[in-house]
Design a protein around this ligand. Sequence first.
Ligand code: AMP
Length: 422
Amino acid sequence: MTSPKGTFDILPSSDEPWQQSHLWRFFEEKVYSAADLYGFEEIRTPLFERTELFTRGVGDSSDIVSKEMYTFDDKGGRSMTLRPEMTASVMRAFIEHRLDQKASLHRLFYMGPMFRYDRPQAGRYRQFHQLGVEIIGSKNPLYDVEMIDFAFSIYEKLGLSHLHLFINSVGDPAARKAFSAALKEYLPEERLSEDSKKRYHTNTLRILDSKDPQDQALLEGAPTLADFLSSASQDHLQTVIAHLKELGHTATIHPRLVRGLDYYNETVFEITGGGEQAQNAICGGGRYDGLLKTLGGPDLPGVGFATGIERVLQMLLAQNKAPLKKTLMTVFLIALGDSSKELCFKLLKELHSHDIAATMDYSGKKIKDQLKIASDRGCRYALIIGDEELASGLAELKELATRESQKISWKNLAAVLKGVLS
Ligand code: AMP
């Protein structure tokens, strides 16, 4: 049996380096420390929600909802969907728990698996993981800036470089309506790809997203959103770009950037890496001022992003910035004989109770084999107890890297070891 197509296992030592669990933990630790620094608080929601949340929240005409959702009827006949993204879930939780009454501004972040029935390919999975943030409660463009800066601070903490930030404004509903009409008038429907023909009627803006070369050619010279933006929208975009620059982030305007989801307004952005990954964004997001209200909540604006953890880890490896696996084990207990095994078993618990990372092997293997296991596990010390050590009350503590040994008392072991370690 293998894991389902488009999914993967994260293992202590996977042949695929980005699937090694220590790397995922490294990523998560950087996220938590950045979140503490910026004041983002964590939110966790169920992996599945009522299907209706996503059809309303993400939009019927998006690829995610129309083609990619894992939807099933539960035993009670209710339609449920594995979350394809988390913004809609965050909004649902926000409304359900009346978070608007608890504070006027919320900085939230999440990490976890998302599910999309997508064609698996490099950098594209059916169960993938996102880190995302949502700032809810203000239209102020400085929050757009802070959020993008937060994303960059995480990439910097991880050691990533050569990232490009592309930004655009999709304006307000009136601008999008006027632009859609102009685009429809400009584009010859009959020459568009099959997908874009559908979008022509359901969501014309999304034609700009098309990767089809024929569509791309037809779009050359098409009107751009910029021509339709109100002066308020233009100001918003320019304020964001200027303040990003102040923080050291260069944003390039990408006039055809609209992003796949229906709920965006004003700022939209993507972050990509250089080289091979250039076509694969590692991060995308934008402002979604009407979304909470659409879902039946208070009329509060919001802005957010999601970054794909797989792609970030792959980029980390491609840039040779992935850390080596850290040695976590301090002591490996080696018992030679049944009586010392009983003693070591108790000593192991004593060390754990005193926050000293320790492990042992119960199989009674020869000392040479046990020392090898200890080295393979990356333990710092081996503590060896045989009949002689049992009788004398002194165990042999061997530092595995230097092979140096010393005798230490196994009575009161935790205190003695702490002394050695300090
Ligand atoms: P989206 O939610 O589509 O805006 O995607 C945000 C980010 O999630 C992207 O920039 C990718 O890094 C990542 N992502 C989206 N879909 C997938 C997928 N199927 N597999 C892996 N990563 C993905």
